[in-house]
Design a protein around this ligand. Structure first.
Ligand code: BV8
Length: 248
């Protein structure tokens, strides 16, 4: 594994036809969205794993919705950063470019990424607990906590994959297919701890893809990466883009 060699990362991408990016909470950190496991981790004394579960929602839907309402408030006040925008621009730079995100903040979509796979759902979508209908709800703050379905009156839940819940089979299948067929995978801002998302880079490497990790801190993936760029996504991605523009 080569460390902090941005030139080598650009060379890999220049030679690649099919590029995939996998992102986690770290890419939104510079926009001001708290990460899950960082020092300023999410919300008060709770851990995400204790709140983002169906059991927690069944036990106390009000508390879980207060957490999401608080996060929605933060996210509604931030904007995509140069890291999000660089990845969005790469849809035009490579013959095939796909973005897989674990984030639910919707910032990749706001940055213009169209070929986007949201593994864990989206904080601006809600789902009726009675008939599973999915709809958008962008009210900040929420008009009622917990919110109820306007059609049938049942509780609404966030359309987000909680711990212990399976990911949407089609979304996950597409993510594994993209990982298995890409030439290069950028893994940006994830602690690489949450499965099955954390398995995607290993799937890519097993199919011969080059792995470029962008993260200020080491992760369980770092040793497996071809290149480890230990820096901030909002700085490193534009730096790589600069090199790619020079040669194009
Ligand atoms: C499932 C929605 C089948 C919630 C989330 C196999 C092995 C081990 C465990 C399991 C396994 N299979 C299943 C599990 C259990 C569990 C799991 O993985 N647990 C972990 C904690 C061990 N997985 C599941 O339950 C999944 N379901 O597999 O279904 C099943 C069913 C029943 C029983 C068993 C299996 C569902 C997982 C989805 C959970 N939902 N999000 C919400 O958001 O409200 S996951 C949550 O964590 C977020 O989506 C987040 O994206 C994700 C991963 O975290 P990261 O994105 O990596 O964020 P983190 O804070 O951890 O790290 C930030 C990184 O950024 C750091 O490395 C930091 O250094 C870096 N950084 C900071 N600043 C910057 C930066 N990088 C770049 N630039 C910067 N400026």
């Amino acid at each position: 594994m080569r460390k902090n060699d941005v030139g080598a990362a650009a060379a890999i991408l220049r030679a690649a036809k099919r590029v995939v990016a996998l992102t986690g909470a770290g890419i939104s950190a510079e926009s001001g969205v708290p990460t899950f496991r960082g020092e300023n981790g999410l919300w008060r004394r709770f851990r995400a794993e204790d709140l983002a579960t169906p059991e927690a929602f069944a036990r106390d839907p009000k508390l879980v919705w207060e957490w999401y309402d608080w996060r929605r408030g933060i996210i509604s006040g931030v904007t995509p950063n140069p890291g999000h925008r660089t990845l969005a621009s790469w849809e035009k730079r490579f013959p095939a470019f796909a973005l897989i995100t674990q984030n639910v903040d919707g910032l990749h979509g706001r940055a213009g990424s169209a070929c986007l796979h949201e593994l864990h759902g989206n904080i601006w979508k809600v789902r009726c607990t009675k008939d599973e209908t999915i709809s958008e709800n962008r009210s900040v703050p929420l008009k009622e906590i917990p919110p109820h379905c306007p059609d049938c009156g049942a509780l609404l839940r966030p359309h987000i994959v909680w711990f212990g819940e399976s990911l949407d089979a089609d979304v996950l299948g597409a993510a594994f297919d993209l990982s298995a067929t890409c030439d290069a995978m950028l893994v940006v801002g994830t602690s690489a701890l949450v499965h099955p998302a954390a398995a995607l880079p290993f799937r890519a490497a097993a199919s011969g893809a080059k792995i470029i990790e962008i993260n200020p801190a080491p992760t369980p993936l770092t040793g497996e990466a071809d290149i480890s760029l230990q820096g901030k996504a909002g700085e490193v991605l534009p730096e790589i883009d600069e090199l790619l523009r020079k040669e194009s």
